[in-house]
Design a protein around this ligand. Structure first.
Ligand SMILES: [Zn+2]
Length: 412
């Protein structure tokens, strides 16, 4: 079967599969009781790697408007993420000497979770956020916000108003941009000649090393290595002069970019070091991407083996959490209520609803004490220590934890 889709960066035909996770619903589309009797859209979750530029990517199956114009995720609900953002603002304000005469722009500024800290310091800031309900929350908080998608057109309009950014940032937005060249053109236009861009996104090398296939979902169009992102920025006249590796989202990169013409800012040693490490890991060789599929299939077999054997022995299994990544895992593995009785989540918005596709009911965490399951499958594995702490009481009745990623493991 020949695929006609083309690379969203370089236009090469996409022929090489990174991993095919089958058909899946949008991972944030939790179902209500009446919706259980309605049709539910499923889309292919098939990831390719471009043989020319090594950008790992999904084809564009869903119009982005359908995903982002009303979004249920408010960044300010996560205290860990707020702390991360405040630390970033500290670092950026010092390192780039930002003050009342500077101008900061954040793309996909969400509910103002980050810009609020610049504004507290008297540093003029502007957010750009397409999800209306979330942008309005930011505006109410006193964070100036434009309700639109970012790209060349938006950047030209801002530039025409005399705006240009000393610091242009975007966290967890690059992966979600359908037209990456339009987005980069916009950044090139809006950035001051001496300005700096910072972007954070999950690091492909960590996804591959740690088998994090469940972080693949329709909202994430692209999965970046440092080598691929450097090439994309360079094509738009932007040079990466520094990079940090962060523990967030299972392992992220924070890249620092400048205009290629701005030679005053020298490249730091971390750029060459990481590029060399990725070279050695085979990021520039197609065959290194081929092994991933087998790793993913083996995880599915192991998890199903475990669940089948537990169920045969009459054991009960419940889930903990209802994150997007859990939905990819459960849909790919075909785990429904035949294996998992229910899951729980602390977010009241999700309680009383059902997971997309698998229709597993979501309760509040009290349900665990009521039903005393033999096993608790932890879906947000990136918080496993915290969750095992909070629910350590399952040990009172001999309950055990299952963590599916990076490999299926049971914790007594
Ligand atoms: Zn390409």
């Amino acid at each position: 079967m020949q695929n006609e889709s083309r690379c969203r960066f370089c236009g090469e035909k996409l022929q090489f599969t990174f991993v095919d996770l089958g058909m899946s619903p949008l991972c944030e589309s939790y179902r209500s009781t009446p919706q259980l009797n309605m049709m539910e859209p499923f889309y292919p979750l098939h990831v390719y790697v471009c043989a020319n530029c090594f950008l790992v990517q999904l084809e564009e199956y869903v119009q982005p408007e359908n995903i982002f114009t009303e979004y249920a995720y408010f960044s300010s609900y996560s205290s860990g993420w707020l702390k991360h953002s405040e630390n970033y603002v500290d670092m950026a304000a010092k390192r780039f000497r930002l003050d009342a005469s500077s101008f900061v722009v954040e793309v996909a500024s969400n509910d103002g979770y980050l810009l609020q800290y610049f504004i507290e310091r008297g540093i003029p800031s502007l957010g750009i956020e397409p999800a209306r309900n979330i942008a309005e929350a930011a505006i109410q908080k006193g964070v100036p916000t434009r309700i639109e998608f970012f790209g060349e057109e938006t950047a030209r309009r801002l530039k025409a108003e005399g705006k240009s950014a000393d610091l242009l940032l975007g966290n967890n937005v690059l992966a979600q941009v359908p037209d990456i060249n339009d987005f980069l053109k916009g950044m090139k236009i809006l950035l001051n000649p001496e300005g700096v861009i910072t972007m954070e996104f999950p690091h492909l090398m960590r996804l591959m090393d740690e088998n994090q296939f469940d972080t693949i979902y329709h909202e994430h169009f692209s999965y970046f290595s440092f080598i691929a992102v450097e090439k994309i920025f360079a094509a738009h006249g932007l040079t990466l002069f520094d990079v940090e590796e962060l523990p967030t989202h299972g392992g992220s990169l924070r890249i620092f970019a400048r205009h290629s013409e701005n030679a005053a800012r020298e490249n730091g040693p971390r750029v060459n070091e990481l590029r060399a490490r990725e070279e050695a890991a085979g990021i520039r060789r197609l065959d290194s991407y081929g092994d991933f599929t087998e790793k993913v299939k083996e995880t599915k077999r192991k998890l199903l083996d475990f669940l089948i054997s537990a169920r045969r022995r009459g054991k009960s299994v419940a889930g903990y959490g209802a994150p997007g990544k859990g939905n990819t895992l459960l849909n790919y593995c075909g785990i429904r209520m035949d294996f998992l009785d229910y899951t729980v989540d602390r977010n009241p918005y999700k309680q009383g609803k059902f997971l997309p596709g698998t229709h597993i009911p979501i309760f509040s965490p009290e349900k665990i004490r009521e039903t005393r399951p033999d096993f608790l499958l932890i879906l947000p594995w990136n918080f496993k220590e915290e969750i095992m702490d909070q629910t350590s009481y399952i040990r009172e009745w001999g309950g055990q934890f299952i963590v599916p990623i990076p490999e299926v493991r049971v914790y007594a």
